[in-house]
Design a protein around this ligand. Structure first.
Ligand code: MF3
Ligand code: CO
Ligand code: CO
Length: 259
């Protein structure tokens, strides 16, 4: 069942999403060569408590960390630990903030200090795929139009889209209907996008093949072929006049300045 958000819901959800955007920026700025993934997670925990917000991930199906930190060939759901990230690594940071009874979900992959041009291209294409997915999130379109836009962008650049994990509705719960795949399944029925829907669009893009597997820790998803993977995500509101990125504080500032 898809839950449409009322204006009142959105008044509570917007700040949760804005906090997620702020936290993601802060965590990304904290990442530097030599820092352990545990230190990154602890930094996120400290910022969350500073804001009086909670991690939406900690304890979710017993997930043990505040943010998801996935390095290089790790796709999503990495676990923080004693590993030190190094110059040249790429690190996927996925942040879920619970605040005001709602959740904001947003992710980005960043280089540690710097990275190879090839790795940077993977990041750029994945971010571009997210942008094109968002542009397709128009009322009257179908959910499948998002996946079609993402898949086209990714595959036309020679990369592949992960199939086992998908975007999703988000609101009072982290994973609501509908599922938002980053690919098209021919012949599969797909919901029409309606104003008031809030969805997390989140391409997971592999430099090699699309295959992934879960490590023995029960959480960390890695590419089957050991190639690099990237992940970008925004929580997006469908409106009459187009998609609105909720996990974006620059936009809020622009509006504030305009107003
Ligand atoms: N943030 C992930 C998503 O985008 C979900 C993380 S689930 C957790 O859907 F258990 F790992 F936290
Ligand atoms: Co996420
Ligand atoms: Co998500």
């Amino acid at each position: 069942m898809i839950i449409l958000k009322t204006e009142r819901d959105l008044q509570a959800m917007r700040p949760a999403c804005r906090l997620a955007a702020v936290l993601l920026d802060e965590v990304a700025a904290f990442v530097r060569p030599g820092v352990t993934t545990r230190a990154i997670d602890e930094f996120a925990a400290a910022r969350l408590s500073h804001y009086g917000a909670r991690s939406a991930f900690l304890g979710y199906h017993q997930y043990p960390c505040h943010v998801c930190i996935s390095v290089n060939e790790q796709v999503v759901h990495g676990l923080a630990g004693e590993r030190r990230v190094e110059f040249g690594d790429i690190v996927s940071l996925d942040v879920g903030v619970a605040h005001n009874g709602f959740i904001g979900d947003t992710a980005r992959t960043v280089p540690v200090g710097g990275c190879s041009l090839e790795a940077q291209r993977l990041l750029d294409v994945t971010e571009q795929a997210l942008r094109e997915g968002i542009a397709a999130a128009q009322a009257g379109n179908r959910v499948a139009d998002i996946g079609r836009a993402v898949q086209r962008c990714v595959e036309s650049n020679g990369y592949s889209v992960v199939r086992e994990f998908v975007g999703h509705g988000v609101g009072r719960s982290m994973h609501e209907d509908p599922q938002v795949p980053n690919f098209v399944e021919p012949g599969r029925a797909s919901h029409r996008l309606k104003p008031g829907m809030t969805i997390a669009i989140e391409p997971m893009v592999n430099r090699g093949g699309p295959g992934v597997k879960v490590l023995k820790d029960g959480w960390t998803v890695v590419t089957e072929d050991g190639e690099l993977s990237a992940h970008f995500e925004h929580t997006v509101l469908i409106t009459e006049t187009g998609p609105e990125i909720l996990t974006c504080h620059e936009q809020t500032e622009l509006k504030r300045r305009a107003g």
